[in-house]
Design a protein around this ligand. Structure first.
Ligand SMILES: Cc1cc2nc3c(=O)[nH]c(=O)nc-3n(C[C@H](O)[C@H](O)[C@H](O)COP(=O)(O)OP(=O)(O)OC[C@H]3O[C@@H](n4cnc5c(N)ncnc54)[C@H](O)[C@@H]3O)c2cc1C
Length: 403
């Protein structure tokens, strides 16, 4: 087996790398911040900075490399997409749009009007999406959702409550699941809609109220979203009435498999090692400590093996195969490594300094390691609770074990 990329892909890797050297400096917004959507979640300047950078990617023609040509994309081969994602991730650059996975669902299930209007907004990065799936009593068991949608003329009238809508205070559009038939079996009475959250002036649309939810470090990360008789034109449907579940699964299938996740952490690790090398304790570099060296080597080996699992997924996709269990295994491993190996290793290495967060003078790398170590406890609960459900899915669908 030859795991090397083609000469053409490697040349492209160098092109992306040199672009990043001139166009992207993570220190511009904060030293080695993990990514603008988590560590620095409430940093508005970082968000603006990300948008400026994304404009350069659009101009370069890389923004939609994975999209089909008919929708303005490049239909790039999987290997090229992989190289691109890895380079961007290694350098911690915000190369994709949060919730960009909805694009695939619109292409497959959207009305012509929706394709015309929403895909354009994604091409020029003017739509900021939030996802409205979870409800107080519908998380892992998503199909239990209760938000109502009632047909009225050309509209659906939506009333109900969502929870954990990431970044919804920054979003102008919402893709949201509502119940349109309360008598049907629970997966069959759901409709998938695109709802406007803010008008062109940035004002919240009528009937929509956001109540902030903060993470354990005090960042406003989510909101509860209350909808009171919000009118959604029928042309903003994705899929068919009462068949929204299947269209929503398309969105979730497009959710990034984290193919570049291992490389992102390898980038963090390399920068961490450089910092440990520079940091002296009793006159000696911290890297002289054999226990620390072993731990860091162990983390690196784990990340490299995770990377190979991701490559297996990419190789299958390149052959047109559907990597169902392979994708789940790779995704689960990435979550487990981040949560149980990677961030705890870095957190333990800096010891009490991990308690110092952003803005505190002695915080290594402005608190990025400590912040992510703390937040890693929640890793795996998002995205429908993958860390909890994947072992069951791998056992049943992958290994054919009984339920
Ligand atoms: C960082 C983050 C971002 C998020 N962003 C969004 C977003 O943008 N939009 C959105 O709609 N939602 C979002 N969510 C919500 C996320 O999808 C839900 O948290 C997830 O579906 C789990 O649902 P829940 O929290 O209600 O937990 P529950 O479903 O109530 O589960 C609670 C516990 O029950 C156990 N459990 C439940 N079912 C099973 C099972 N079948 N097998 C084994 N154990 C089980 C588990 O121990 C689990 O921890 C986000 C969550 C996080 C953490």
């Amino acid at each position: 087996m030859d795991l090397r990329m083609s000469a053409e892909d490697e040349a492209f890797r160098l092109e992306v790398r040199s672009f990043l050297q001139t166009e992207w400096d993570p220190k511009d917004y904060d030293a080695y911040s993990m990514n603008v959507w988590s560590y620095d979640f409430d940093n508005l300047a970082a968000r603006d900075h990300a948008k400026e950078f994304q404009k350069k990617i659009i101009d370069k023609g890389w923004w939609l490399m994975s999209w089909p040509k008919e929708y303005g994309g490049d239909d790039a081969p999987i290997s090229r997409q992989l190289v691109y994602s890895e380079e961007m991730a290694y350098h911690n650059a915000p190369a994709s749009q949060p919730q960009g996975n909805i694009g695939g669902a619109i292409m497959i299930h959207g009305t012509d009007w929706a394709k015309e209007n929403f895909l354009q907004g994604m091409r020029d990065n003017t739509i900021d999406w939030a996802q409205g799936f979870s409800e107080p009593n519908a998380g892992t068991d998503l199909a239990s959702l209760q938000t109502r949608g009632v047909e009225d003329g050309d509209d659906f009238v939506v009333t109900g409550q969502k929870i954990w809508s990431s970044g919804s205070h920054f979003a102008n559009w919402y893709h949201v699941l509502v119940r349109t038939d309360a008598t049907a079996p629970k997966h069959r009475g759901i409709t998938y809609l695109m709802m406007q959250l803010k008008d062109d002036k940035g004002e919240q649309m009528p009937g929509i109220t956001l109540r902030p939810l903060y993470d354990m470090l005090g960042r406003r990360r989510w909101n509860e979203v209350f909808m009171d008789e919000v009118r959604v034109p029928k042309r903003q449907i994705i899929g068919e009435v009462n068949r929204g579940w299947y269209a929503a699964m398309t969105t979730l299938n497009f959710e990034r498999t984290g193919i570049e996740g291992a490389t992102r952490l390898i980038g963090v690790l390399d920068r961490f090692i450089a910092q440990m090398h520079r940091t002296k304790f009793n006159g000696q570099s911290l890297l002289k400590d054999p226990v620390l060296r072993h731990r860091l080597a162990d983390a690196r080996i784990t990340l490299e093996s995770d990377r190979m699992l991701a490559y297996r997924v990419a190789a299958m996709q390149a052959k047109g195969e559907v990597p169902e269990k392979e994708g789940m295994i790779s995704g689960l491993r990435a979550l487990l490594t981040a949560k149980n190996t990677f961030w705890p290793t870095l957190g333990h290495a800096i010891g009490p300094y991990a308690a110092l967060l952003k803005g505190e003078k002695r915080a290594p790398a402005n608190g990025v390691y400590g912040t992510n170590y703390a937040l890693s406890m929640t890793t795996g609960f998002g995205g429908g609770g993958g860390i909890l459900l994947s072992p069951n899915l791998i056992a049943q669908r992958g290994l054919g074990l009984p339920r």
